[in-house]
Ligand binder design. Structure first.
Ligand SMILES: NC(=O)c1ccc[n+]([C@@H]2O[C@H](COP(=O)([O-])OP(=O)(O)OC[C@H]3O[C@@H](n4cnc5c(N)ncnc54)[C@H](O)[C@@H]3O)[C@@H](O)[C@H]2O)c1
Length: 291
C-alpha cells in the first residue's frame, strides 16, 4: 500500500490521490464512540477496510451497524486493550484475515479520578484504584496495541501507527487525575521511541494530542455543563470541538501517499490550547502595556 511521494506523478487533481485510503486495512481501538468512531468513520466512508475494536459490546454493535448501513466495509471485535493476550489474539486474527495491516489507531482511553483542582485529586489523596484503571487502559493498553501492530507491520516493511495522546500529555491540566496525566505523558514518549525503533522498517508512528472534544469520556450524556464551560474557556478558539474536526488529520496520517516523511510527531488538535490561555483570560490594565 505504501507509495513514497509518487502522488505528483498522477495527472489531474492531486488531493484525492494523496489522501486516498481506498483498500487500506485499518484497526481503530475504542472505535465505538467519540474520537475513535470519527476515525473509523472517515476511513471507512473513504473506502478503507476498517476493524472497529472496543470493550463495550452494545456501543460497538451500533457503531458497526451505522457504518455498514452506509455501505462501508467494516467489522467489529470485542477487545479490552488492557488485556495483552486479548489484543494479541484479536490482532492476529484480523491480520490473518486481511493478509496484513496498513494503519492502526491506538485510541481507546478512559478518564477516572479527580483532578488536582479539588482536594480529593491532590497527590496525597489520589485514588489508587482510579490511577491503576487509567494506567491499565491509557498507557499499558497503548503499549500492547503498538506492540501487536508492530508485529504485523515490521515484517511487511510498511505501516502507520497513530496513538491518541492528549494535550494533558504535553502540559499540566487541573481537571485531570494523576493516572490520566501520567499515562498521556507516557504515550507521548512511547510514540517517539516506537517511531525510532520502527523507522528502519518503514513503519511510521505518530501521536495526536486532542484538546477538549465533545465525546462520551465525561459520561454517556456528555460532560457536566460547568466542566464543559471551563474547557471551552481554556481554548483560544473559544469552544470545544466536534470529533469530526479530527478527520482530516486521520486521512493525512493513514493515507499511504500522504505524510510519507512524518514520524515521531505529536500533533496538537486543540484550538490553540497549547499556545497559551485565550487573550480573554488576561485582565488588561487600563491603557494596556503600550509605552
Ligand atoms: N474527548 C476529549 O476531549 C479528549 C481529549 C484528549 C484526548 N482524548 C483521548 O481520546 C481517546 C478517545 O476518547 P473519547 O474522548 O473519544 O472518549 P469516548 O468515551 O467517547 O470513547 C472511548 C471509547 O473507548 C472504549 N474503551 C474504553 N476502555 C476500553 C478498553 N479497555 N478497551 C477497548 N476500548 C475501550 C469505550 O468503550 C469508548 O467506546 C482517549 O484516548 C482519550 O483519552 C480525548
Amino acid at each position: 500500500m505504501e507509495g513514497k511521494g509518487d502522488a505528483m506523478q498522477v495527472p489531474g487533481k492531486r488531493a484525492g490521490v494523496i489522501f486516498d485510503v481506498e483498500g487500506v486495512r485499518a484497526v481503530v481501538t475504542g472505535a465505538a464512540s467519540g474520537l475513535g468512531f470519527a476515525m473509523a468513520e472517515v476511513l471507512a466512508l473513504n473506502g478503507a477496510r476498517v476493524n472497529l475494536l472496543d470493550s463495550n459490546g452494545d456501543l460497538l454493535e451500533a457503531a458497526v451497524k451505522e457504518l455498514a448501513d452506509e455501505g462501508a466495509t467494516v467489522s467489529g471485535e470485542l477487545c479490552d486493550v488492557s488485556d495483552p493476550d486479548a489484543v494479541d489474539r484479536v490482532f492476529g486474527a484480523i491480520a490473518e484475515r486481511e493478509g496484513g495491516l496498513d494503519a492502526v489507531f491506538a485510541n481507546a482511553g478512559i478518564s477516572r479520578g479527580a483532578g488536582v483542582i479539588v482536594e480529593e485529586g491532590q497527590i496525597e489523596h489520589a485514588d489508587r484504584s482510579a490511577y491503576r484503571q487509567v494506567i491499565d487502559v491509557n498507557l499499558d493498553g497503548v503499549v500492547w496495541t503498538v506492540q501487536a501492530a508492530a508485529r504485523v507491520m515490521r515484517p511487511q516493511r510498511h505501516g502507520r501507527i497513530v496513538v491518541t495522546a492528549s494535550t494533558a500529555g504535553l502540559s499540566t491540566e487541573a481537571f485531570c487525575g494523576y493516572g490520566y496525566i501520567a499515562a498521556k505523558g507516557g504515550v507521548v514518549n512511547l510514540v517517539r521511541q516506537a517511531a525510532l525503533d520502527l523507522a528502519r522498517d518503514n513503519v511510521l508512528v505518530n501521536g495526536i494530542a486532542p484538546g477538549p472534544f465533545h465525546t462520551r469520556i465525561g459520561g454517556p450524556s456528555g460532560g457536566d455543563p460547568d466542566v464543559e464551560e471551563y474547557w471551552a474557556s481554556t481554548v483560544p478558539l473559544g469552544r470545544m470541538a466536534d470529533p469530526s474536526e479530527l478527520q482530516g488529520l486521520v486521512l493525512l496520517l493513514a493515507a499511504p501517499r500522504a505524510s510519507t516523511f512524518l514520524t515521531g510527531a505529536i500533533i496538537p488538535v486543540d484550538g490553540g490550547t497549547l499556545v497559551g490561555p485565550p487573550i480573554s483570560a488576561f485582565s488588561r490594565p487600563a491603557g494596556g502595556f503600550v509605552r
